[in-house]
Design a protein around this ligand. Structure first.
Ligand code: MN
Length: 170
């Protein structure tokens, strides 16, 4: 039996468990694909013009001995994430759609169930450029540095590869 959507709250991310004796109900999927009950769909980032058509849902905010967040990102056809790098790493599993990702100095294809690691200070950008909506889960440390965007010198270096030059959206 389908449940009706829960009302949205001010902090409509999945709740943070506070201890071993404070069980929380499972986060259950919504009737809509890749949506979850009680979890808001947020903008990817609060501000900026360096990304396009991408949303973020936080499914796990970090708790217990898991100081990580589990997020679901969705990129509409034609959209992309920010071209960036940072000290913290990402662990990504694609769950819907095909696209391409920049990893350091190479462009790779991806599709459902592919796993992508992004290590420290590795330039990366995801694009939904295969005519489909792309969705992926991303694990990231709760405690992390702010992403860096490329300087003009960084862009010059990245663009020494024709494939990268054609791919990146900065
Ligand atoms: Mn990143």
């Amino acid at each position: 039996m389908a449940s009706s959507p829960k009302p949205l709250t001010e902090t409509a991310d999945a709740p943070r468990p506070t201890g071993a004796n404070s069980p929380i109900p499972p986060i259950t999927r919504s009737q809509d694909p890749f949506r979850w009950e009680g979890v808001d769909v947020h903008p990817y980032k609060e501000t900026g013009d360096h990304f396009r058509s991408i949303s973020r849902q936080t499914l796990f905010p970090g708790a217990y001995d898991l100081p990580v967040e589990l997020r679901y990102f969705e990129i509409q056809d034609g959209g992309h994430s920010t071209l960036e790098r940072h000290q913290h790493a990402h662990l990504v599993m694609v769950v819907q759609g095909h696209g391409q990702v920049l990893l350091r100095d190479a462009v790779a294809e991806f599709g459902p169930q592919d796993v992508v690691h992004i290590g420290p200070m590795t330039w990366h950008q995801f694009r939904a450029n295969r005519g489909e909506t792309v969705g992926f889960l991303c694990v990231v440390n709760q405690d992390r540095d702010r992403p860096q965007r490329p300087t003009d010198d960084d862009l010059t270096m990245l663009r020494t590869s024709p494939a990268v030059e054609e791919f990146i959206r900065a």
